[in-house]
Design a protein around this ligand. Sequence first.
Ligand code: PLP
Length: 426
Amino acid sequence: MQRDTIVFDLIRKELERQRHGIELIASENFTSLQVMQAMGNVMTNKYAEGYPGRRYYGGCEIVDQTEQLAIDRLKQIFNIEYANVQPHSGAQANAAVALACLQPGDDILGLDLSMGGHLTHGSAANYSGKLYKAHFYGVKKEDGRVDYEMLEAKAREIKPKMIICGASAYSRDWDYARIRKVADEIGALVMADIAHPAGLIAKGLLNDPFDHCHIVTSTTHKTLRGPRGGIIMMRKDFENPFGLTDNKGNIRLMSNLIDLAVFPGIQGGPLEHVIAAKAIAFGEILSDEYTQYAKQVQTNAQAMAKAFMEKDYQIISGGTDNHLMLIDLRNKNISGKKAEQVLVQADITANKNMVPYDDRSAFVTSGIRFGVAAITTRGMHAEHMQFIVNAIDNVLMNADDAALINKVKSQVNEFMGQFVLYPEMG
Ligand SMILES: Cc1ncc(COP(=O)(O)O)c(C=O)c1O
């Protein structure tokens, strides 16, 4: 077969883009070389419907071992009893939990998308808002923090079958114990989606959701720094108290129901090559080096937030506990959309984001979200945050000055030259 130079040239260009720019998209990171290498391996050729030791295909003895290793390492990271490593993505993980726990028309309660929540937590545009009756809590206008009183009031009024916590654009820690308390009062399940802060939770730098939330989902490619994918976890398995059944009407352990919901519920054959890469990433997370990384992420985020606030940028909630921050740009007279566009011209990548109580649409927005997981992997420390904040401020305050933006771009490219990305790739 002739080598497809068109696609490989594009891949090379993407490598150069990643090398030269400052990556501040909060949901992105740079995997290690070995994680990437594992994703391009012969296990992509293998069909393995089912789970280790109970597959629907022959020849699964080897992929059984990589999948079991991924499961065992993930259990060790979070000190948990149950893990499913097959979801192809975070959205798939959430869909599987919903399929296992809910019936169409059931009430669910999640953080509003416009307040930092995720599409899969009940958005009208998503299956979760189409199949289930979605209700939302928000963040308080005064301090940008989750409005737990509102959450409790809505929970008592609606009595949802499931309360979902976790977010895509929320910089503060969660009070999981408080959510569980009201859930127990009304007989609801609690699902925590820790897609964003999972890496910091893994190292005890944020509250532990596992003791309080029945089920925890995550992506593997954000702070966890693994391949693109999803996972579902429980600290303790349980015979579900809500009479949830499999398709034969049998009440089963929650772990059985979740396994069945992933396959055959919403997915077919697992991506065993990606699961091999997950196993490698989980091994890396167990190392001291990753512990240092997670601490540095938190330090860098706080240093960046401080530098922004010194320049009078309005960070929602006034700071950050995790790896990200959401900035309300209204006092800077620039929309999120325009900010995203001009920053890209200076090789700084971030994404526009609605801020709580935004008066602009999701396509324009008044905010921008920054995260430091990727730049910390590049090797940056707290002292580098000032350069980045200065560069961003320079671009945003001179958004129509093409010459100046071009100058910032050169400075950014030179700055990034210090932080070599994938040197092995030449
Ligand atoms: C909180 C949360 N959950 C789920 C997802 C979905 O993950 P994926 O894009 O892998 O489907 C995201 C992605 O950004 C997220 O932020």
